[in-house]
Design a protein around this ligand. Structure first.
Ligand SMILES: O=C(O)C(=O)C[C@]1(C(=O)O)C=C[C@@H](O)C=C1
Length: 407
């Protein structure tokens, strides 16, 4: 299996925190480790060459004016692009994920610091989000309530100029997109520590929706409580997945506390805000939403803990140049069936990134395979492989072709 593109970047090597070291302090320490451009100048030039504070701020003011003017010009062009697309019915008709992916890849290619790729991608994502929202903000459904990692994934992929719809289950996210009440939905599909989220995969067995994107989110867990003091904590609320991600930390620092599983981390935060002796494991943003303090964080056992989300919509988009195709293959019940269905891809050099089997719901002992393959259905090699596959498999469903996640 070749999965170069899905490897998470090791830019954040933060270790799980000991209690009493709040996230803000850790972030400040991390930033201090990355010297800003002015500090680089200092290293190479004599101290006398550094302009004074007022001069530096004047330079920054000038650059800000320039940036602002350019953002305005960009927004005008984006508006004209919108008009060039013709009179379309809704914001979703103007959205082009393949173009956004190309813009962001160029940002990454051009980047030579000092800001890292993730930061620059986030800034440009916000600019595009605001440009698109000039038509009308996209409506994005996600597994709520407010403050969940799913909401963070929504912002990472679509920026903040959207209308978010927090929904109560993964099934409801699918339903609202199918019904047209949401333009897209964002659902978790796998976690690097905990594995596949089966309920998401199972929805694709019957849904007509298409995958139009993927988001990878580095998941940091925090212990949050009303007082912020670890000595007060007798109960901890969280989603079972988050408990599993923080098992070693909890064993070391809160071995006696009662662990109470709930439906989401945001629900855990909501409960923790009502008691002095309770805490929640949740993302840092839940602290702001629910008025809690950080007792410790990040506390996940693996520093590379990452969740992959899928963006689901109603249509297939054009190739971006670096895409992934997700297929659902129902195999015939015969020897060598799995080998046969994978060979059309292998012989055309199309790499398989992932394979997962689920009971197919079509009959007893019938299996469906979820397969991710590098390439796009509108590209020749993939089209030919799919044609060949039709005669080898019982049924093939193209779940989507979409840009590989960026930064
Ligand atoms: O290039 C387009 O098609 C645009 O509409 C412009 C733009 C952008 O701001 O760059 C905005 C929204 C689309 O989703 C893609 C790109």
């Amino acid at each position: 299996m070749n999965d170069k593109s899905r490897k998470t970047k090791q830019s954040d090597t933060s270790k799980p925190a000991k209690p009493g070291k709040p996230a803000a302090k850790r972030a400040a320490q991390k930033q201090a480790a990355v010297p800003p451009k002015a500090a680089k100048l200092e290293e190479s030039a004599p101290a006398a060459a550094i302009p004074d504070l007022a001069t530096l701020r004047e330079r920054i003011d000038g650059i800000d004016r320039h940036i602002q003017q350019l953002i305005g010009e960009r927004a005008q062009f984006a508006n004209q692009v919108g008009k060039a697309k013709g009179k379309l019915a809704a914001a979703v008709d103007y959205y082009r994920p393949e173009r956004e992916a190309q813009v962001l890849r160029r940002v990454v290619d051009r980047n030579d610091g000092p800001l890292n790729d993730e930061v620059l991608v986030r800034l440009f994502r916000e600019i595009m989000s605001a440009c698109l929202a000039q038509q009308e903000p996209l409506k994005i459904g996600f597994l709520g309530p407010e403050g969940t990692h799913s909401q963070q994934a929504v912002y990472k992929h679509f920026g903040h100029s959207i209308h978010g719809l927090p929904l109560s289950s993964i099934e409801e996210v699918f339903q609202e997109v199918e019904a047209g009440n949401a333009d897209f939905g964002v659902v978790p599909v796998e976690n690097s520590t905990q594995g596949t989220i089966q309920s998401t995969l199972d929805m694709f067995l019957t849904s007509r929706l298409k995958i139009s994107g993927e988001v990878e989110l580095r998941v940091h867990q925090h212990l949050l409580s009303r007082s912020g003091r670890i000595e007060d904590i007798e109960r901890v609320y969280s989603h079972p997945q988050s408990f599993a991600q923080c098992k070693a930390w909890l064993r070391q620092y809160l071995p006696k506390a009662e662990k109470i599983p709930v439906g989401s981390n945001a629900e855990a935060a909501r409960r923790a805000r009502n008691a002095d002796d309770a805490a929640a494991i949740a993302g840092a943003s839940a602290a702001t939403v629910y008025g809690l303090r950080s007792v410790a964080g990040p506390i996940e056992d693996r520093p590379d803990n990452t969740t992959r989300f899928l963006v689901i919509g109603r249509e297939l988009f054009s190739p971006s140049g670096n895409d992934r195709t997700s297929l659902l293959i129902f195999i015939k019940d015969q020897p060598g069936a799995l080998y046969n269905v994978l060979s059309p891809f292998a012989k055309r050099g199309l790499s398989m990134n992932r394979i997962e089997s689920r009971p197919g719901h079509t009959g007893r002992w019938q299996y469906a395979f979820f397969v991710d393959i590098g390439g796009h259905v509108q590209e020749d090699a993939m089209r030919e492989a799919l044609e060949e596959l039709q005669s080898l498999a019982h049924e093939v469903k193209v779940l989507g072709s979409y840009p590989v996640a960026i930064a």
